[in-house]
Design a protein around this ligand. Sequence first.
Ligand code: UP5
Ligand code: MG
Length: 210
Amino acid sequence: MLSTIRTNKLLTTMLPKIVFVLGAPGSGKGTQCQNIVKEFGFDHLSAGDLLRAERQTPGSPDGELIEQHIKEGKIVPVEITCRLIEKAMNVSKNDKFLIDGFPRNEDNLIGWNKQMSEKVQLLFVLFFECDEKTCTERCLSRGAAGSGRSDDNIESLKKRFQTYQNDTLPIINLYDEQGLVKRIDANGSPSAVFDLVKVVFNDVLSKGDN
Ligand code: UP5
Ligand code: MG
């Protein structure tokens, strides 16, 4: 029995390691993921970026559906998102990944658990907590500076926040009940937030069993 547990543990630790990065729109997920990539050598897979790239791919059968969902702040069906994440993991030579902005509703969670959860080792969920007002101002400034994102406007942002509150927070709470969530106060400057992020990564990675 003990040897089976040890073997399972060994097999699990050989799988690619992932960290889910969640938080409201504009909470700084992408910004901090770039810092984590540089400092800790993870690959950054933003589900939103993967969907935006797929939307631009000529001939993609999902382009129109993705655009409509993003503009309305709705969540794209998991089959599309999960396929893009798995493909990006497969082409990477890395064995540790930040999965940014996913899973963000029950459909995402069920689809991930069915298709991917046994192929990876989930280290933890990094959760950026940030006030809605601050997040909204950040996204609007980015839009005004020419982000080109079709959802960096006040109408889309209201819908994105509704979706976040109704659909994504319950998923974060589910992971929290399993003791997997590391909370970060994301209201400060990018470098102040990264100081908090570093503490979490140094702590988890130093424990050695990952
Ligand atoms: N900024 C960042 N940190 C700052 C700080 N500490 N102080 C001051 N400014 C800061 O940051 C946003 C802006 O704020 C930037 O200009 C940055 O410089 C500045 P960013 O790091 O981009 O924040 P992030 O949390 O990544 O914000 P983002 O807008 O990307 O969050 P969303 O979760 O809304 O966007 P995402 O791309 O993940 O999803 C977009 C849409 O895609 C969703 O609404 C949905 O329609 C669809 N989607 C799915 O359907 N399924 C998925 O799985 C994922 C996405
Ligand atoms: Mg982002």
